[in-house]
Design a protein around this ligand. Sequence first.
Ligand SMILES: Cc1cc2nc3c(=O)[nH]c(=O)nc-3n(C[C@H](O)[C@H](O)[C@H](O)COP(=O)(O)OP(=O)(O)OC[C@H]3O[C@@H](n4cnc5c(N)ncnc54)[C@H](O)[C@@H]3O)c2cc1C
Length: 379
Amino acid sequence: MEKVFNTIIVGAGPGGLSAGRYLKDALILDQKKEIGLPVQCAEGLSKRFLDEMDISPEPEWISATIDTTQIVLPNGKEINLYFPGQSYVIDRKGFEKFLARMSQAEIRLGQRVIDIEKRGGLWEVKTRQGKIFRSRYLIGADGPFSIVREKVFGQKIRVLPVVEYLVELTNNLDTSKLLIYLDKDWLGTGYAWIFPKSKNRANIGLGSVEKKENLNKLLRDFLENRVKKKFGPYHLLENRSSVGPWLEGPIKMVKDNAFLVGDAAGLVDAISGGGIGNAMLSGRLAAEAILNSDPSSYQKQVQSFFSEDLFQAQKILYSFDNQTLNELGQVLEKKNGDIFYLKNPQALLAFLSKPHLRKNIFGFLKLLLIYAKWKSKNT
Ligand SMILES: Cc1cc2nc3c(=O)[nH]c(=O)nc-3n(C[C@H](O)[C@H](O)[C@H](O)COP(=O)(O)OP(=O)(O)OC[C@H]3O[C@@H](n4cnc5c(N)ncnc54)[C@H](O)[C@@H]3O)c2cc1C
């Protein structure tokens, strides 16, 4: 019989590896053969998460440093969110290997967890490879189809497909810019993206709540009609498609000495769907709750970090139709698309002169308030 660990962590992604960084008497189990693979991610990561986790960016796993997030509107006009050096496109494989090197927990790969039971006050974790591991605490860091969530919490969450390829392009990209394409008629609640990996390579993909059956066709159209026009002929290098959680509110994340972190808890950003940073943060918070012998504090801690306002922001943002988005582009057109021009009183006049913007003024005000609240918490 194996020793009894204090904690078993199921999943060696960013969430599980981050929990393992703080826990000595712990075992991380993962079904995969190599840390960091397969890469199913656009690899965008905000610097604030690295700061929060006390991690300095290292050239080994940084592909691009981002100064501008450019939102391309349905009519092709652009909005620029200029935050120099505030986010990165990482090399996820290298980054996860880096996280694994920081982990104090033992990591065992090639172990697929197939059952979990509580016996005699301990968690018993069974793997397809015929092993049984036991622990006092359990962390489910096992992604959107979490077996910990299913077996221990009995909860299901909504997951959506996301399609993406690593693509080689003919024309040079601006490697300091993330491109986000919004178009309500085309994608409904969702967006397409081009995240630069190098001058000629990018992660290109899209997701949509309403059009999930047609994603591959939508991506082909995107590549043929928009990407090719801007960046010339392209070559698909690697399919990076997968699924991600899509929630409209938080779920239960702690029960009986068991925790859910990252995608297993549905903790992706309600607007972007990004979840690397949230997985790391929630992994750390679960580890802290264990170290403090205070499991019940975890849910509250997580919810203080991950503002529920973002769910409301998600609904407002995706309620704007194409005319509204296009009118916003017109207001910002002469200011190089700079979103912060909206703080200017002259911008308010221009804003109010547009019928669709006027109709949505309360939505915009609410978004502004949510942003201000979020900013005050995150600076
Ligand atoms: C196409 C795509 C693009 C994305 N782009 C971004 C982006 O640009 N930025 C961003 O922040 N987020 C992005 N995300 C989301 C991000 O990838 C996830 O939020 C993140 O990986 C969550 O980390 P995690 O540790 O919770 O789970 P995961 O990274 O999913 O790790 C879970 C681990 O658990 C293991 N596992 C699962 N079940 C078992 C089992 N039964 N037994 C043993 N092991 C198991 C898996 O092998 C895996 O290693 C993207 C997602 C997709 C699909």
